[in-house]
Ligand binder design. Structure first.
Ligand code: URA
Ligand code: URA
Length: 242
């Protein structure tokens, strides 16, 4: 009996070593008691979420992703920022809005869309019958670019994995991409926003509606009519999917 146990233990250790050799990294070993019963069994190849060499057998949470960004220095925007602007709202939101990058007020408060453009976004939400805490709001770029210049491709690339993980953690029914930078980085599309908006696209299997950015609407109020057309399509689809 004792010999059997020793053999099982030896086999288990060898299996872990093999997995490590195959690049699976440190498996997070939980005692059976620590695993809530509703966790999916985690197949060895992909279904686990691999982060920092660990395979997690469940979807990571927004708070875990936020914690990883703490004090981020992965791109030069960290030099000028005051706060990382991660995102706000309902972690289980059915609808997510993705903007471009924090501006001055967002940088000061650590919250997206709290300046003039944000107040317009709040009005759009109100018109849709939604409140801020019912949706989720974030940006492609989590740190403020100096003088609000466009984020550079390498800055977008550094931040992109975090947006991808955020969207995977929320798994919304619909994504609204606000403005050119959000649309182009989520869809890998160079066409102008005026051509992309108003029609459904997909991001990782999730329906995505591009529309004009609220800051653009502040300068070009005539575009509000088109944004409202786009938001009506979003509301219709949200209703159909519930
Ligand atoms: N513009 C954006 O794109 N995002 C914000 O958070 C604020 C303004
Ligand atoms: N240009 C942009 O960058 N965004 C818009 O929403 C419209 C024009």
């Amino acid at each position: 009996m004792k010999k059997d146990l020793l053999e099982i233990s030896r086999q288990a250790r060898a299996l872990l070593q093999d997995l490590r050799l195959l690049g699976v990294g440190d498996l997070v070993m939980s005692s059976p008691r620590a695993v809530p019963p509703d966790l999916p069994v985690c197949p060895l190849h992909v279904t686990g979420v691999e982060r920092g060499g660990r395979v997690l057998c469940r979807q990571e949470t927004l708070e875990e992703i936020r914690a990883e960004l703490e004090d981020c220095r992965r791109c030069p925007l960290c030099e000028g920022r005051r706060n990382i602007v991660f995102g706000v709202g309902n972690p289980q939101a059915r609808l997510v809005f993705v903007g471009e990058a924090p501006g001055r007020e967002e940088d000061e408060r650590g919250e997206p869309f709290v300046g003039e453009a944000g107040r317009l976004l709040d009005r759009i939400l109100f018109a849709m019958g939604l409140r801020r805490d019912q949706v989720y709001i974030c940006n492609v770029e989590k740190c403020r670019p100096p003088q609000n210049r466009d984020p550079r491709p390498e800055e977008i690339a550094a931040c992109e994995p975090y947006l991808q993980r955020q969207l995977a953690a929320i798994n919304p029914r619909i994504i609204v991409a606000l403005g050119r930078i959000a649309v182009q980085s989520l869809l890998r599309e160079q066409s102008p926003i005026s051509r992309l908006r108003g029609r459904w696209h997909t991001y990782q299997g999730i329906p995505l509606m591009p529309t004009y950015h609220p800051a653009y609407l502040l300068r070009n109020p005539a575009g509000k009519r088109e944004v409202w057309e786009d938001m009506k399509q979003v509301l219709k689809r949200l209703r159909e999917e519930s």
